[in-house]
Design a binder for this molecule. Structure first.
Ligand SMILES: CSC[C@H]1O[C@@H](n2cnc3c(O)ncnc32)[C@H](O)[C@@H]1O
Ligand SMILES: [Zn+2]
Length: 430
């Protein structure tokens, strides 16, 4: 039994309708035991929350964590060129060890910028799972599978092994999904095979959808469908839980189809901006009843894994798109980065808000800085002024992973040393 008390913080539970208040949080083992204006019970460890804002940890709902090795490696290309000419050749050179260190680099950045849970899709997933287990973060892991090559079967086998070996491991911090990569890399029979595996194992499906106009044109030419209709035809949209990434190019009919899904859409605005993919119709999806969370996508496109950047970009893009600054609020963007992401990872009821009984995934933001004062409206400050570097403390599953900006479960120097050498080797000459 371990207990931690956060004392005298500004608590922003992010429970709908609750305003921030001064108070304490008492954590016992992995959960919030009590939360309120004043808690008398003493704990083995007390964190001084004065000057800090406590809020739910951020959930990065779509990521490729080892792509941190490819950060700032390739700019100014369209998605297909970027993927085929730069990312895939570099990925083909990555060893399982590279993946392990790349994932650790990504996880270090996430913990340092307030992300406590993430959804990952990549290759060599055992190494990513080991990194998640060691570092203490929470993750939903997916072996990305592509059905265009003749070893798709082996990859599907690896997807099944990942689920058997890791689902529910690391004190329940790891869950898993099945990941057919995208409509343009997975023909119908392969999509159906992936769906059958997900149904058999009882796990969600995680896939990319409708990211570019080129994808839309390709799927129209091949199947005379929109990418969304294509997924509906293969049965994926009727699965028990589906995590879709992007959803930039959607027709009104597509949006209606997506209104009925269980799971939701991960919006990745920074990656979509940088690759000039477009602006996703987030407001329309929400109106239709689709849950929307936020993701960064890999650092190979977004360049950072700072979810506060995604929160800002989401609110600003939706305001710009509608031409109405009142059309999308700071609170909506924050809710997408917390409760929305929790729903997408299948963890609603466990994370996403600060409530007694929920998992203790909490971040403390140090507000004692010129760019964070005065505090008129906490939501506006969090959405528009706070950056990842303002996170002082990160707690996952009741364990402190960062305190005073110092990582407690990782050797930061070692990670920087290892990844610098590996990144150079992987990208040489590409
Ligand atoms: C087979 S593992 C996942 C695979 O996805 C690639 N990827 C990274 N970012 C994107 C994106 O924005 N759209 C499509 N695919 C992407 C990554 O490089 C891996 O190869
Ligand atoms: Zn992606």
């Amino acid at each position: 039994m371990s207990a931690i008390k956060i004392k005298g913080a500004t608590i922003f539970t992010m429970v709908r309708g609750e305003a921030p208040y001064e108070g304490d949080i008492f954590i016992r083992d992995s959960r919030i035991a009590s939360i309120g204006p004043s808690i008398a019970e003493e704990a083995e460890e007390t964190l001084d929350g004065r000057g800090m804002l406590a809020m739910p940890g951020l959930v990065n709902a779509h990521q490729h964590s080892p792509m941190s090795l490819l950060r700032a490696f390739s700019d100014d290309l369209k998605l297909m060129d970027w993927l085929e000419r730069k990312m895939l050749p570099a990925e083909n050179r990555m060893t399982p060890e590279d993946i392990y260190w790349g994932a650790k680099l990504g996880i270090a950045e996430m913990i340092k910028s307030g992300t406590t849970a993430f959804a990952d899709m990549y290759i060599h997933m055992n190494e990513i799972a080991e990194a998640v287990k060691e570092t203490g973060i929470r993750a939903s892991l997916t072996r990305g599978v592509i059905g265009l090559e003749d070893d798709g079967g082996r990859r599907m086998g690896e997807a099944a092994d990942l689920i058997d070996r890791w689902h529910g491991q690391a004190d329940g911090r790891i869950t898993t999904m099945v990941g057919p990569h995208a409509p343009y890399t997975c023909p119908p029979h392969f999509m159906k095979e992936a769906l059958a595996l997900a149904a058999d194992k009882g796990v969600p499906v995680h896939t990319h959808l409708a990211e570019t106009v080129e994808e839309t044109a390709k799927i129209r030419e091949k199947y005379n469908r929109t990418p969304t209709e294509y997924l509906a035809d293969t049965g994926l949209l009727s699965h028990d839980h589906i995590l879709l990434a992007h959803g930039v190019h959607l027709t009104p009919e597509d949006i209606k189809l997506l209104g009925g899904i269980k799971g939701g859409m991960a919006h990745n605005p920074v990656s979509n901006l940088k690759l000039a993919c477009g602006i996703a119709p987030v407001a329309e999806l929400l109106k239709q009843g689709t849950t929307v969370g936020l993701g960064t996508d890999g650092a190979g496109s977004a360049t950072t894994l700072d979810m506060f950047e995604e929160i800002k970009a989401t609110a600003w893009l939706q305001k710009l798109r509608s031409g109405n600054p009142a059309s999308f609020t700071a609170g909506e963007a924050l809710a997408m980065a917390t409760a929305g992401g929790a729903e997408l990872l299948g963890l609603r009821g466990e994370i996403g808000t600060l409530e007694a009984g929920k998992k203790a995934d909490i971040i403390l933001i140090d507000l004692r800085k010129p760019h964070l004062q005065p505090v008129h409206h906490a939501e506006s400050l969090l959405a528009y002024s706070v950056g990842g570097a303002d996170v002082d403390t990160t707690i996952v599953n009741g364990c402190i992973l960062m305190q005073g900006r110092r990582l407690l479960t990782m050797d930061e120097e070692e990670i920087l040393r290892e990844t610098a050498v590996r990144a150079r080797r992987i990208t040489a000459g590409i």
